[in-house]
Write a protein that binds this ligand. Structure first.
Ligand SMILES: Cc1cc2nc3c(=O)[nH]c(=O)nc-3n(C[C@H](O)[C@H](O)[C@H](O)COP(=O)(O)O)c2cc1C
Length: 176
């Protein structure tokens, strides 16, 4: 898939996945795309857990009982580490975000769908519950969860504001 086509085709998918499996090889390539993302001071704070054990997927789906989790054929969890990397400043959220976008684009290029689950992890202690399932050390946190599979339903495309509302040239509001 051509680069801009991949960007255009990526969308959040929250429906059920069909039975197409996600191989370990694909998961490795997608995680590799996450590893190649930039990180502040190249400190590479995010870590990744690829999940292809149906029993573990089931346990996570019990914490996040949404169709995409309940029917996911695989998952990737992005684990953050909030240690300071630039003086006292930590960039763990930005590091994870860069890695996750790379992985979402890689998944799209392979014809898989996913959704960036983040907000839902911050409620009801869900991130901590998943951390326990995955045996994540207590000094790290489950930041983002990607349920993965091939979409079993049409994927609605979300809209974006017009270019001129989002961007300008040379100065704020400068003509595009
Ligand atoms: C930081 C962040 C957190 C998000 N958290 C969630 C979430 O918890 N649950 C969810 O369904 N989607 C979540 N999303 C996905 C957004 O809702 C989605 O990207 C947005 O609606 C635009 O749709 P699109 O991804 O199809 O272009 C999150 C996205 C980002 C960037």
């Amino acid at each position: 898939m051509e680069f801009f086509e991949t960007i255009d085709n990526r969308r959040s998918y929250r429906g059920i996945f069909n039975d197409t499996p996600v191989t370990r090889e694909i998961l490795k390539l997608v995680i590799e795309a996450g590893i190649k993302a930039p990180s502040a001071c190249n400190k590479q704070t995010p870590a990744f857990i690829g999940i292809d054990d149906p029993e573990i997927i089931k346990q996570i789906a019990a914490v996040i009982p949404k169709p995409a989790c309940e029917t996911a054929k695989a998952m990737i969890v992005c684990i953050s580490d909030d240690r300071p990397v630039y003086g006292e400043i930590s960039f763990y959220k930005e590091d994870c975000a860069a890695a996750v976008e790379n992985m979402l684009l890689a998944l799209t290029s392979f014809g898989y769908s996913s959704v960036w689950l983040d907000g839902v992890l911050r409620r009801d202690g869900n991130a901590e519950k998943i951390a326990e399932i995955l045996k994540v050390p207590t000094n790290k946190r489950v930041q983002i969860l990607l349920p993965i599979g091939v979409a079993g339903e049409p994927v609605p495309k979300s809209t974006r504001l017009p270019f001129e509302k989002r961007a300008s040239f040379n100065v704020w509001g400068g003509q595009v």
